[in-house]
Design a binder for this molecule. Structure first.
Ligand code: NAP
Ligand code: ZN
Length: 364
């Protein structure tokens, strides 16, 4: 199913890192390892990597300052560090925040004159350093997308960059590294994968590959979304959730996301709501539009999940657990940000305007 132009070499499954450890030497002798505060350690992935590096005589430094919703300035700082140590490649270990940051760090590392916010202008002179990623959450699918979502340190607004230079060269997708996630992270990241799958499936840009990837993702998510249970998971559960996130990532990589992602960014920026929950918060509004403008596809989703509309919406609202109310004046002011149109709005079933965004914000 994957296009021959798809540039990511991906290894999946328990032990895939150790089983392919000889691959690192192809990338050079010096690495900048990029992590958040603790997930790389808690997941066990950092230890596995450094053990391999010792044996392979690859020297490394660790940059462990990537925050959730990574700032452009943090990526610039790490990029400068990579350049100063003459790193041959970047290895990111973490959730979507670290994976996205790693892609940007690889660009900054080979473009020392690029200031932090210029990365959005996308006129990048030099090719990025090679990027290897190890995911520790089952949500964003950043492992397989040519996208990096960064928070502009000047404005505080989340904005993505995308293109050929935002793909990893190699990904190790070992679901066992997700087993240390706390339940709230498991729920939010699964809601992100769910949002990717439904937004891509219902997008006006969905082709047959997108429908296939999204339906695979939904099949793997079904048990957890319909039961609402994310505790006492076993090996197979963690594997299913990880595979779901990869399929959903492949779907958005082709189709893009719809309005819930754009408007959801505001809930993260302003209220600190984790990304997956912020996007899923708009599922009830999104589902109503889907039912009106593409009823067959909406029915198909319910069929894959083997549920009905009411139960699905109730489950998503319960898992999302959003306890904020937005005043009319705030909704009016914020929605103006999207007045000139947004790609995600155009792809939404029936189209979507900044006035619709205002109503969606008021629906919370
Ligand atoms: P995250 O922001 O990467 O991580 C959330 C929290 O979970 C962090 O505190 C992290 O700790 C912790 N964590 C991660 N893995 C863990 C593990 N195995 N054990 C224990 N704790 C763990 O969350 P995310 O939902 O994966 O990523 C969200 C970001 O991805 C957002 O910025 C979003 O916009 C972006 N995104 C990107 C794409 C794309 O295509 N590129 C798609 C969707 C979303 P540490 O801080 O220690 O790491
Ligand atoms: Zn997302």
């Amino acid at each position: 199913m994957l296009n021959e132009n798809f540039p990511v070499k991906m290894f999946l499954g328990r032990g895939c890192l150790k089983n392919n450890s000889d691959l690192f030497s192809d990338f050079g002798k010096k690495c900048l390892i990029v992590t958040g505060k603790s997930s790389a350690i808690l997941s066990g992935a950092l230890k596995d990597v450094t053990d391999i590096f010792e044996i392979s005589c690859i020297s490394y430094e660790i940059f462990d300052e990537v925050e959730p919703n990574p700032l452009t300035l943090t990526c610039k700082k790490a990029g400068d560090l990579a350049a100063s140590i003459n790193a041959d490649f970047i290895l990111g270990i973490g959730g979507g925040s670290v994976l996205d940051a790693s892609k940007a760090i690889a660009i900054f590392a080979s473009n020392p004159d690029l200031s932090h916010s210029k990365i959005y202008e996308r006129a990048i002179p030099s090719a990025h350093l090679p990027v290897i990623l190890i995911g520790t959450t089952s949500g964003t699918g950043s492992e397989v997308t040519g996208v990096s979502v960064l928070t502009n340190a000047d404005t505080g607004l989340k904005k993505s960059i995308s293109g050929k230079d935002c793909y990893a060269e190699v990904v190790f997708g070992d679901y066992t590294y997700t087993m240390s996630t706390p339940e709230d992270v498991r729920i939010s990241t699964a809601l992100d994968a769910f949002s990717h799958a439904v937004e891509a499936y219902l997008s006006s840009t969905a082709n047959s590959d997108v429908l296939y990837f999204s339906s695979r993702a939904l099949s793997y998510l079904k048990k957890y979304i319909t039961s609402g249970s994310f505790s006492s998971l076993n090996d197979e559960d963690y594997e299913s959730l990880y595979i779901a996130s990869v399929y959903a990532g492949l779907a958005i990589n082709l189709a893009g996301t719809c309005f819930p992602h754009t408007v959801g960014y505001y809930l993260t920026e302003n209220y600190g709501i984790p990304h997956g929950r912020a996007c899923a918060a708009f599922f009830p509004v999104f589902a109503a539009r889907a039912k009106k403008y593409c009823p067959e596809r909406f029915e198909a989703i319910l069929k894959i999940l083997d549920t009905d509309e009411k139960s699905l919406i109730e489950n998503i609202i319960r898992l999302t657990d959003i306890n904020i109310k937005i005043e009319k004046s705030e909704a009016q002011r914020i929605s103006l940000r999207w007045k000139n149109g947004v790609k995600n709005f155009d792809r939404t079933p029936g189209g979507f305007t900044y006035k619709d965004a205002e109503s969606a914000l008021l629906s919370l």
